[in-house]
Design a protein around this ligand. Structure first.
Ligand SMILES: [Zn+2]
Length: 526
């Protein structure tokens, strides 16, 4: 029996582990690699396993870096079940469709570019090519259309006519729909048969709503081996979510192998109080200036957390009650999923809101924006307000329009509440904003490019460091040392190499246990 690591190995995205019990092959997570476009596209296109040979897939949580390659499995003849918690299934219903939409739009854009390149060549070598002027004009006209209404079929047929490279989407909305049919969901702490003499159980991981630690139990002859996959581990004492599980049921406590994440293996998060206070100050000072607050935010998790905290602050009367707008269709849909699963909330949410008959995500000052018209009206609105919009790293979506209308005005604030990866617009705004603050206001306004145009960054940029969904070094260590588990061996995954190595050293010192840091394709035998 062995576990092989195929993704999230010395990096944070693309989580995928294969458990081979001798009779069954069970995949744990099947996430998308994210990062530099070309590099991740190549990694996502090659599957290291034969999907048809898999018995079942276990999914720890809905985040795309854990679930985003599931449609590729189904497209390639995986016919087993995708087993997860009920909330995870509901969230995937929106996230996988959204991911498929992004895959299709990316492919459309690249195909459009390939045809545009061909047109350019035709114009350069008019005499050598045997393409009529009429045809050239037809292609020109086709490419001139608004990008949103590109004629996909016509572009594809021209690509095949002229033998141009065509990009096929990694998967389509149809593939995502087929994938959702294979989901099979269960409550926490429920025994689920997943193969011959093999079962699993989910425990709350406290990372996002519905996230789980999954315990796999394999019976061979007279012995049972227990393997616990952490998925992503959340934080302690955070709003909405329950803490990561520390109390495991009898019979589930002896762990032969723990496969554990290590994202913030060498970092400690800013404290809860600091985060709250900075948020309060920011809302007050922006309101005094007569400005608005723009919050780029991930649609799942962070958006709901911010709404929850704002609701608490508004109820406490500690901040000015500016109208709040949630302008992200995916965020609106996912907030509905949150509303439908109060069983996942922690005690504090029950006491603060639910027992008083309140919905944490619905209050007088909040408006959920769905239509494009309402979104456009909002971006031109200059009355003080708060807008929460995606994408989280400002790479696409409605947030770009709010930024384009608001960053030139020094009365406004851009509030950064999430991780901004290198080479994203969000990272650029963050770095330029902080640099400007440190050099004083007399320095020239930095310029930021949005939709091909340059805008001066005059809005204040504030970073709130305490809003991570991942436990930091001490919280992850607490999970190991304070839980009632007896762990024999630990394998670290899901962390940049440096974080992983440092966390490994830390754990060896604190626990005295054997810590394994695998490379891609390595196996651990039991
Ligand atoms: Zn996650």
């Amino acid at each position: 029996m062995h576990v092989t690591f195929y993704g999230g190995v010395r990096e944070v995205t693309g989580s995928m582990h294969l458990l081979n019990t001798g009779t069954d092959r069970i995949l744990i997570d099947c996430g998308l690699f994210q990062g530099r476009r070309k590099e991740s596209a190549e990694k996502n296109r090659i599957l290291p396993i034969d999907p048809a040979a898999l018995s079942n897939v276990l999914l720890t949580h809905a985040h795309i870096d854990h679930s985003g390659r599931l449609p590729i499995l189904v497209k390639n003849n995986f016919r087993g079940r995708i087993i997860c918690t009920r909330t995870t299934m509901d969230e995937c219903g929106f996230l996988l469709m959204d991911s498929a939409h992004i895959q299709e739009s990316d492919a459309d854009y690249l195909n459009y570019k390939s045809l545009r390149g061909f047109l350019y060549e035709l114009k350069q070598n008019k005499k050598t090519k045997k393409v009529s002027n009429r045809e050239i004009n037809r292609i020109k006209k086709l490419l001139k259309k608004d990008k949103n209404e590109l004629n996909r079929d016509e572009i594809v047929s021209l690509q095949s006519k002229y033998n141009l490279n065509r990009v096929v989407p990694l998967y389509t909305k149809g593939d995502a729909e087929d994938t959702l049919e294979q989901f099979d969901s269960y409550p926490y702490k429920h025994d689920i048969e997943i193969g011959e003499d093999t079962s699993c159980r989910f425990y709350d991981a406290g990372h996002i709503l519905g996230s789980s630690l999954v315990l796999v139990k394999i019976k061979k002859n007279d012995t049972t081996k227990n393997i616990l996959f952490s998925g992503d581990i959340g934080r302690f004492n955070q709003p909405i979510l329950k803490d990561p599980t520390l109390e495991f049921d009898e019979g589930d406590r002896d762990i032969d192998l723990l496969v554990m994440e290590s994202t913030y293996g060498d970092r400690l998060h800013d404290s809860h109080d600091n985060t709250y206070n900075l948020l309060k100050e920011t809302l007050k000072s922006t309101h005094e200036k007569g400005g608005s607050v723009v919050i780029p935010s991930f649609a799942l998790g962070r958006t709901q957390e911010i709404i929850y905290v704002l609701h608490e602050l508004y109820d406490s009367g500690d901040v000015p009650k500016m109208p709040i707008f949630v302008d992200s269709p995916l965020g609106v849909n996912l907030t509905k999923v949150f509303g439908e699963h109060p069983e996942c909330y922690d005690q504090e949410s029950h006491e603060t809101f639910l027992q008083k008959g309140k919905n944490p995500f619905m209050f007088r000052h909040i408006t959920y924006v769905k239509s494009v018209q309402d979104s456009m009206k909002l971006m031109r609105n200059t009355d003080p307000h708060i807008v929460i919009s995606s994408s989280g790293m400002c790479e696409a979506g409605r947030i770009l329009h709010h930024l384009r209308y608001k960053i030139h005005d020094p009365r406004n604030t851009v509030l950064i509440v999430g991780f901004m990866a290198r080479n994203t617009l969000g990272r650029k705004i963050l770095e330029l904003g902080l640099e400007k603050k440190s050099t004083g206001n007399n320095s020239p306004d930095p310029l930021v490019k949005i939709y091909g145009k340059m805008y001066p960054l005059r809005a204040e940029v504030i970073q709130l460091g305490g809003f991570s969904a991942h436990g930091d070094r001490d919280e992850m260590t607490k999970f190991i040392t304070d839980s009632n588990l007896n762990i024999k061996r630990i394998v670290l995954v899901h962390g940049e190499e440096e974080q992983m190595i440092k966390f490994g050293e830390h754990l060896r010192k604190v626990t005295g246990k054997d810590i394994v840091l695998p490379y891609m394709g390595d196996s651990v035998f039991l």
